[in-house]
Design a protein around this ligand. Structure first.
Ligand code: AMP
Ligand code: ZN
Length: 106
């Protein structure tokens, strides 16, 4: 999606520091953090919202949660919140599915 900011980050058209990357997802810091730790876990596949998930995408979304677990261990976070905003009326601003990983621990 040429006009999608997260696709541009994935394609490295917009510079961003990846904290983690594998074949399915990337992790980077939210540009406007609302917690001491505020990461975005983003699938490489452009899925606009949870409402647009297709057959097989459950594996990708599940992978994002597994990735959060991995990041939590790596960063030594004792606890965190995971949030997915769904649709404009669900507070979503960037229409490329992502998990917010938020914690007041660093
Ligand atoms: P949402 O409201 O769930 O769509 O959240 C989108 C999030 O993306 C917001 O918390 C923004 O601060 C964040 N964001 C937007 N553009 C960028 C960017 N270029 N790099 C990092 N985070 C971004
Ligand atoms: Zn995208």
């Amino acid at each position: 999606m040429s006009d999608c900011v997260f696709c541009k980050i994935i394609e490295k058209e917009i510079p961003s520091e990846f904290l983690y990357e594998d074949d399915l997802c990337i992790v980077f810091k939210d540009i406007n953090p609302k917690f001491d730790t505020h990461l975005l876990i983003v699938p490489k596949k452009h899925i606009p919202t949870v409402m647009d998930m297709e057959d097989g995408d459950d594996k990708i979304i599940g992978h994002l949660i597994a990735c959060a677990k991995k990041m939590g261990i790596e960063l030594g976070l004792p606890g965190y919140q995971l949030q997915i905003n769904v649709g404009k009326d669900g507070g979503q601003e960037v229409f490329h599915v992502h998990v917010h990983m938020m914690s007041n621990f660093v």
